[in-house]
Ligand binder design. Structure first.
Ligand code: SAH
Length: 391
């Protein structure tokens, strides 16, 4: 069966020619036949010049581009795509002796709309977001299996499903251990794939966690929204005292166990709401504070409220920081770009009556690639700020 064709409205080819992988339904002038989610389409501009191959994903972000070249989307295509992703990670040294947890496939950034594949000590955990690739799951799994000898391949449905589409977990290969111990930059972490958040661990913070020890020597550290203690384990190696704060009891239990696994006895897990906890913390209290909240804005409509929440949260944290202390602040909201995030934090600083220097700008680790042609792929933004007196 030949692929359907879509023709774009005049001028709507511009972003595609710049390498952007999305086509909104509003950009489409004509569709050659009725489409079902998962259908492959050939995309033409208004003057009938071939542009790219895309997959219909439904909704207003309707088409996701899978190739800017005329190709057959067969088994070889997917094997080549995954091999390229594997080689890219290998070229940046992943995995290696001190790190065996990393992201192999980061959706559109690896040419695979909606597909996430994370490696946990050679166990592969996959997730399908949206419908683009959901219809060809067996082919995807087979291609993933052909590029490496994975111990296990486990499909974990995303926690928030678009269109409330029901997905069940599925074991495609091998046996999934109840708990996996992974090593990240030489630190050990227990990961509960089935019950944990995301695919089990926030792998995107790996490079940022590595930075923290530069600021924590003999210091008191609050790791707020700390989950299983990722930042805490690194910090506790040279800090005086580290607190992991999270509202999830399971997360705090895991954080305590992770501290013990790394033979750290200067760690305390606290299960509480960050906003409440900060409210009852005295001013000028901690030397270092990490704030890495869940996405405050899930859609453009929530942008304004989210910006206000980032300002309020950062301001609270800034007040609780000692003079010359460091704040590591993050936003993982896809719809809040770096400019908006920095603006929210700047507003928090103004209210605090102190000066904050941007010591470092941070972002997601390189195994979650950011494409220069796809600014939306930069979803995790962060800064290290130092608090000083105003001059
Ligand atoms: N920094 C972590 C990832 C944080 S994810 C890491 O490196 O692994 C965000 C975390 O915030 C989740 O664990 C979630 O349970 C927690 N959380 C969400 N809302 C919260 C709140 N109001 N107070 C405390 N924790 C919260």
């Amino acid at each position: 069966m030949s692929a359907a064709k879509i023709k774009l409205k005049k001028g709507k080819e511009k972003s595609i020619l710049r390498g952007h992988p999305w086509i909104f339904s509003g950009a489409v002038h004509l569709v050659s036949k009725e489409l079902n989610e998962g259908d492959v389409v050939e995309v033409y501009d208004y003057s009938n010049t071939w542009l790219c191959l895309a997959i219909y994903d439904g909704g207003s972000l309707a088409f996701k581009i899978v190739s800017f070249h005329q190709k057959e989307l067969d088994a070889t295509f997917w094997v080549n795509t995954f091999q390229k992703a594997f080689d890219y990670r290998a070229s940046s040294g992943l995995p290696n002796k001190s790190t065996n947890v990393y992201r192999l496939i980061h959706a559109e950034s690896d040419g695979c709309p909606g597909l996430i594949a994370d490696v946990y000590n050679n166990n592969l955990v996959i997730q399908f977001h949206g419908q683009a690739l959901s219809k060809i799951k067996p082919e995807i799994v087979e291609a993933l299996n052909s590029i490496n000898k994975w111990t296990c391949i486990y499909e974990k449905p995303p926690s928030i499903l678009r269109d409330k589409q029901k997905q069940e977990p599925k074991l495609w290969k091998g046996k999934l251990p109840e708990e996996i111990t992974v090593t990240e930059n030489g630190n050990k972490f227990l990961v509960d794939i089935k019950k944990g958040q995301k695919t089990g661990f926030f792998i995107d913070q790996r490079e940022n966690r590595k930075q923290i020890t530069a600021f924590t020597e003999n210091k008191t550290v609050l790791n707020a929204f700390g989950y299983s203690g990722g930042f805490s384990v690194y910090a506790a190696k040279n800090a005086e005292k580290v607190i992991t704060l999270d509202s999830s009891k399971e997360a705090i239990e895991l954080a305590d166990r992770n501290a013990a696994l790394n033979k750290l006895n200067n760690h305390e897990g606290v299960c509480a709401d960050v906003f409440e906890y900060l409210k009852s913390t005295p001013e000028n209290h901690f030397d270092v504070i990490v704030i890495d909240p869940p996405a405050f804005a899930k859609s453009k409509r929530a942008q304004h409220t989210a910006i206000k929440a980032y300002t309020r949260l950062n301001n609270e944290a800034m007040k609780k920081l000692k003079l010359n202390g460091y704040l590591l602040t993050f936003s993982c909201s896809k719809v809040i770009n770096r400019g908006l995030f920095e603006g929210a934090v700047a507003a928090a600083a103004i209210k605090s009556d102190c000066t904050f220097k941007i010591v470092k700008s941070l972002q997601q680790s390189a195994d979650h690639p950011v494409l220069i042609s796809f600014p939306e792929s930069l979803y995790l933004k962060g800064m290290v700020l130092q608090k000083s007196e105003t001059f």
